[in-house]
Design a protein around this ligand. Sequence first.
Ligand code: COA
Length: 147
Amino acid sequence: MVIRQMQGRDVDAAAALEREIFSKPWSKKSFQDALQSEYTIYLVAEDNMGIIGYCGIWLSSETGDLCNMAVRPSCRRQGVGRKLLEKAIHIAAGRGAEEIFLEVRESNLAAFTLYEKLGFQKVGIRKGYYHAPTEDAIVMRYGIAGG
Ligand SMILES: CC(C)(COP(=O)(O)OP(=O)(O)OC[C@H]1O[C@@H](n2cnc3c(N)ncnc32)[C@H](O)[C@@H]1OP(=O)(O)O)[C@@H](O)C(=O)NCCC(=O)NCCS
């Protein structure tokens, strides 16, 4: 398995995985726009099955926002999500990010546990942030090197 930058040729696979996993999936266009921006870090995990996961961080001055994170259902609990996120955080730090924020559904124990394990801390709640179904978001923050 390799972790590498997402390329234009990966967008179809990422959007297909997105549709399989999320009730409000990102479109191909959203991924294409993200790849066009200089303020993003988009990574994929790839093995001999193809794209098995991806994550994306948007940078805004010293702050990063984790906007996408997914691993193919058959490839979970093998450290793929962790490796993707660790690498994305490392790149974000190298580009000057001092902190990274994210939102996660209150019921999403898998993602919440992954984030907590990597050092994210709960800093707030956004009421009714998610739709289909409506649910609160837990806001989490990761401080980089004293940030
Ligand atoms: C969240 C997600 C990306 C995790 O990916 P993953 O590759 O399975 O995660 P990892 O194997 O790297 O897990 C790292 C740690 O996170 C925790 N974790 C992961 N999945 C878990 C689960 N289902 N239940 C409890 N803890 C879990 C564990 O502590 C795990 O370490 P361990 O396997 O040694 O116990 C994956 O479950 C996913 O794609 N979910 C659907 C999409 C999603 O929710 N995205 C996040 C939106 S905010």
